[in-house]
Design a protein around this ligand. Structure first.
Ligand SMILES: [Zn+2]
Length: 298
């Protein structure tokens, strides 16, 4: 039996937890607000103070982080998102703090793995996509029952597949990425343009729920774009299951809208659609479980 120190690094919070590898349950957990300053030294100091109380009982560290983790180094498709932390040596830094074997992966990949192992029974699921529609759009792929992290850590970055070739320019450099037209941020931007006042995605969603037909159209075009993406990936990868998460993805009726658009397509394009089970700890638990398997082989 071993104990994992799991760390989830996001844009708004950093969470750390001790996870019992035998049960994959959290036994102790703490979180802090992600430092506003993106100076690497400030970030490292915040990590050190968060992690230090958890080091003694831990056997290894499993990190789920925003961005791309390529050979332990944090980068992003849109480097502006990380500011001074672009090319931050995440694994080396945490290994330096904890003196423990340290592994890292993308947070949506970790969440995908957690959703996969939470499916009951999961042995009928071979090819699963997890898609999170929130501030941005992210994802993770489990193919042949194995999580795909990718040689460069990129696998599953489905938010940057193009759904509108004439759409707005995305921070990654492409035009019309689905993140730019269907995410919570995009829903807010479309509402802002439509209602001629600053709107968040949440406000637009609330208006739609209250029966505002223009706001509802925005939500429907988001769900329709996600359904197209799901259909494209299903026919490319032979997906049998798609798990939907994120604050938009789990908002009232959103999954039903996706299903409605998928139902208009031929059967081969329609995987099973399931809402995500996990709360905010999917990244922690997914990374802990995935890397416990690696740790047991060393
Ligand atoms: Zn993009």
């Amino acid at each position: 039996m071993s104990v994992c120190l799991a760390v989830d690094i996001g844009g708004t919070k950093i969470a750390a937890a001790l996870v019992d590898s035998a049960t994959n349950h959290i036994v102790d957990r703490h979180q802090i607000v992600t430092p506003k300053s993106q100076h690497p030294a400030v970030f490292s100091a915040a990590l050190a103070s968060l992690l230090t109380p958890f080091i003694a009982p831990a056997d290894f560290v499993a990190i789920a982080s925003t961005g791309i983790i390529n050979n332990g180094i944090l980068t992003a498709l849109n480097p502006a998102n990380l500011g001074g932390l672009n090319r931050f040596e995440l694994v080396d830094e945490i290994q330096h703090i904890t003196k423990l074997p340290t592994y890292a992966m993308n947070d949506a990949q970790a969440a995908a793995w957690y959703e996969f192992i939470s499916l009951t029974p999961n042995n009928n699921t071979h090819n699963m996509l997890f898609i999170t529609i929130s501030t941005g759009i992210g994802g993770g792929l489990v193919l042949n029952q194995q999580l795909q992290t990718g040689a460069r850590g990129i696998s599953g970055h489905i938010g940057h597949t193009v759904v509108d070739a004439n759409g707005p320019v995305c921070g990654c450099g492409r035009q019309g990425c689905i993140e730019k037209v269907a995410s919570g941020t995009a829903i807010g931007e479309l509402g802002t343009a439509l209602f001629k006042r600053p709107c968040t995605g949440q406000e637009v969603y609330q208006l739609a729920l209250e029966g505002n037909s223009e706001a509802l159209n925005i939500i429907h075009s988001s769900a329709a774009a996600v359904a197209e993406l799901i259909a494209n990936l299903t026919i490319s990868l032979d997906l049998d299951t798609v798990v939907i998460g994120g604050s938009v993805g789990l908002a009232p009726h959103y999954c039903e809208y996706i299903q409605q658009y998928l139902n208009e397509k031929p059967e081969l394009y329609r995987p099973r659609i399931i809402p995500a089970k996990s709360g905010g700890d999917a990244g922690l638990l997914g990374a802990a479980h995935w890397f416990a398997r690696q740790e047991s082989h060393t």
